[in-house]
Design a protein around this ligand. Sequence first.
Ligand code: FES
Ligand SMILES: [Fe+2]
Length: 363
Amino acid sequence: MTQGLGYALPPRAFRDPAWFDAEQRLVFGGQWGFVAHAQALAEPGTFRAVQLGPYALLLVRDRRGVLRAFHNLCRHRGAPLKAGAGRCASLTCPYHRWSFGLDGALRGVPQAEAFPELDREALGLFPAAVGEWHGLLFAHPDPNPPQSLDAALAGTEAALAPFEPGALTLLHEERFTFAANWKLYVENHIDWLHLWYLHEDTLGAFDHPRGEITLAGPHWMSFETLRGDAAATGFGGVDEGLAVLPSLARADPKVRGIGAHYVFPNLLLFSGERFFMSGVLQPLGPQETALELQLYGVAGGDPEATLAAFYAITKDEDIPMIESLQGAMAHDRFVPGPLAQPWEDALGHFHQHLLAVLEGAAS
Ligand code: FES
Ligand SMILES: [Fe+2]
């Protein structure tokens, strides 16, 4: 692990609209970002509208089974073709009903005689890039991204592949917003030091000093298990309403502890022996962020106790702390102190990568 990188972001990075706009374009709109679980687009004709930074995109599984991504912009006057998710045979604009095939080609134009010399070939939907990585779908607004998806996510396989999320079932989903900058959520997620203190009661049974923390490029992965003297099993023993994920029988035993992972820039993951949970960060403004959670597991499981334990940590402990830190960012006098080595090293690493992306030095 890289050691000793300090806290590098100034308070204005957490509140300044110009900083926010640059992140939207270069970080959320200029990188491969998580957009959906593969199951959501398994069938021909399924679609899903997604947002990456300022870019509205449309994911579509075409009739031949090819997964495609387009900018969600009608080629007539720019209306969004679809909202939400569903199934369709074609992409028909609600404004003046131009119609596009699932391959993006312009097919139908009402009152075609009103558009003399219409060049249909040149009026297909603008493409974007999409790809699948261990059951997770990622997209890039640029149809020819500077970096391949495999290169962008290199090093994350060890934490993702064993769970085979593409074979699991969606058991719960929820979206909520909180009043803080998205980076404060990321910092909290990758901050190992607060596990001992803020989560003394909720995560006190885990063996924090022996946590396995891995950095892979801008991504962060971690696993920890219960202390030897702790009686509970699994995720503090609360996830017994869920079945053990079958794929873990073949996996390294360390991944059966609880895992928390961050895939730059917008994906948070939480894993266990019996669940795989994704959290997508969507910045709504410099001081407001949405988090979309989806819990996957074996079909038929009851996730209630697992969710209650998860929310006791996140909604009752992390989010109030993150929202109060947003207040500190209003003070220009505030200068962060030193970071604990190695427990807060990941924060410095995150800041350095973010700054490199904003300066155009990283893809
Ligand atoms: S904007 Fe779509 S048909 Fe006019
Ligand atoms: Fe936390």
